[in-house]
Design a protein around this ligand. Structure first.
Ligand code: NAD
Ligand code: DAU
Length: 354
């Protein structure tokens, strides 16, 4: 058995589905079900005994300790986090609470559990902490891509809280010998992506005849990876990674935001043309920039490729087509997400920008 935290969110849910498609090893899924947690993402696992879901907080030391003692997982994979940069700018508190305090408490539960494992299980155990390229800060145009030794220079409350969690994970290895692995991945996209993030927001707004908000000049660069490739990289690091090491994950796929928006618009023009025959790009609207907006991220994925033999399966062209098609085929999922807390958030975020 493995314990996955945050397995009802975007990447966590994709990971649980991907894991159970590749193995019969059961998954215990602990998720707080914040606004970003959506059990509908896991609807296809209903009745599947290999998946056990439990609503709870990674920061609940007693709960996590009880779960570990009862289910005896051979690994913990930590996806649980507050993940949206804009939300961290408007309200950093929850980011500090979950990403820093929550990770710390979970580390304490895991350390106690690992200390008490039988001598044959102890060296096999792994804690894999899922982190982000944003901890490295922002690159200039000609700068070389982030390697694992790039200095940490987080710029938003979100990335600072993730950086703090990475440091805690590192310290638990260095000080207590806990067998940890950390992955730092670039921007993901794909099915079940919450439509507060750029790609799903553009798809959803385009279809709803709403403006497509592009922050600032739209020339900020992100490095995009199809979510299922992130999942295969995590499985690879869990199986072959060396405890104490960090691995950058990315697909060598840098694109400016405005280019991403144009690609999504063109795909929609092809797959679901507007009723009036006009192009979706007519809906693009430049809005006030994100405060402290990082200009460029780029991941050097050389280490995971050379040391562990991992490579992404999708190109951006194949991945983005799959993604747009998924959203077109899953409009009831979108409609359910659009009700409730998400709607309030979108109103609050954009009223000051337009
Ligand atoms: P998400 O916001 O979609 O999902 C986060 C999940 O964590 C949700 O299901 C939420 O309910 C759960 N959660 C929040 N607080 C919790 C708590 N205290 N206890 C238990 N569960 C809690 O995020 P995501 O995009 O799937 O990201 C998952 C992880 O991957 C995060 O750690 C994020 O920093 C990292 N990451 C994301 C990206 C990306 O592009 N989305 C890229 C690199 C790394
Ligand atoms: O790099 C990895 C990170 O990628 C993860 O750690 C984060 O959890 C994840 O949210 C993502 O962060 P970004 O800030 O890069 O993603 P987001 O989709 O919010 O924005 C992508 C880019 O698009 C960014 O430069 C801001 C811009 N943007 C975003 C939104 C929501 C817009 O121009 N308009 C928008 O409406």
């Amino acid at each position: 058995m493995i314990l996955v935290t945050g397995g009802a969110g975007f990447i966590g849910a994709n990971f649980v589905l991907d894991w159970l498609a590749n193995s019969d090893e059961p998954v215990l899924n602990l998720d707080l079900l914040s606004y970003a947690g959506n059990l509908e993402n896991l609807a296809s696992l209903q009745g599947d005994k290999r998946h056990i879901f439990l609503q709870g907080d990674i920061g609940d030391f007693d709960l996590v300790s009880r779960l570990l003692a009862k289910h005896q997982p051979r690994a913990v994979i930590n996806f649980a986090a507050e993940s949206h940069v804009d939300r961290s700018i408007y309200g950093p508190e929850e980011f500090i609470q979950t990403n820093i305090v929550g990770t710390f408490r979970m580390l304490e539960s895991v350390r106690a559990y690992w200390n008490n494992l039988e001598s044959n299980a102890k060296p096999e155990f792994r804690l894999l902490h899922v982190s982000t390229d944003e901890v490295y800060g922002s690159l200039g145009k000609g700068d070389t891509a982030f390697s694992e030794t790039h200095r940490y220079e987080p710029n938003s409350p979100y990335s600072a809280s993730k950086a703090a969690s990475d440091h805690l994970v590192r310290a638990y290895h260095h000080t207590y010998g806990l067998p940890v692995l950390t992955t730092n991945c670039s921007n993901n996209y794909g099915p079940f992506h919450f439509p507060e993030k750029l790609i799903p927001l553009i798809i959803v707004n385009a279809l709803a005849d709403k403006p497509l908000p592009v922050y600032g000049d739209g020339l900020q660069i992100r490095d995009w990876l199809y979510v299922k490739d992130h999942c295969s990289a995590i499985r690879c690091v869990l199986a072959k990674g060396r405890p104490g090491e960090t691995y950058n994950i990315g697909g060598w796929n840098e694109k400016a935001n405005i280019e991403i928006v144009h690609i999504v618009c063109s795909l929609l023009d092809e797959l679901r043309p507007r009723a009036d025959g006009k192009p979706y790009k007519d809906q693009i609207s430049y809005v006030t920039d994100r405060p402290g907006h990082d200009r460029r991220y780029a991941i050097d994925a050389g280490k995971i490729e050379q040391e562990l033999g991992w490579k992404p399966a999708e190109t951006f062209e194949t991945g983005i087509r799959k993604t747009v098609t998924w959203y077109l085929d899953n409009q009831p999922w979108v409609a359910n997400v659009l009700s409730g807390a998400y709607r309030d958030w979108v109103a609050r975020n954009y009223e000051s920008r337009v």
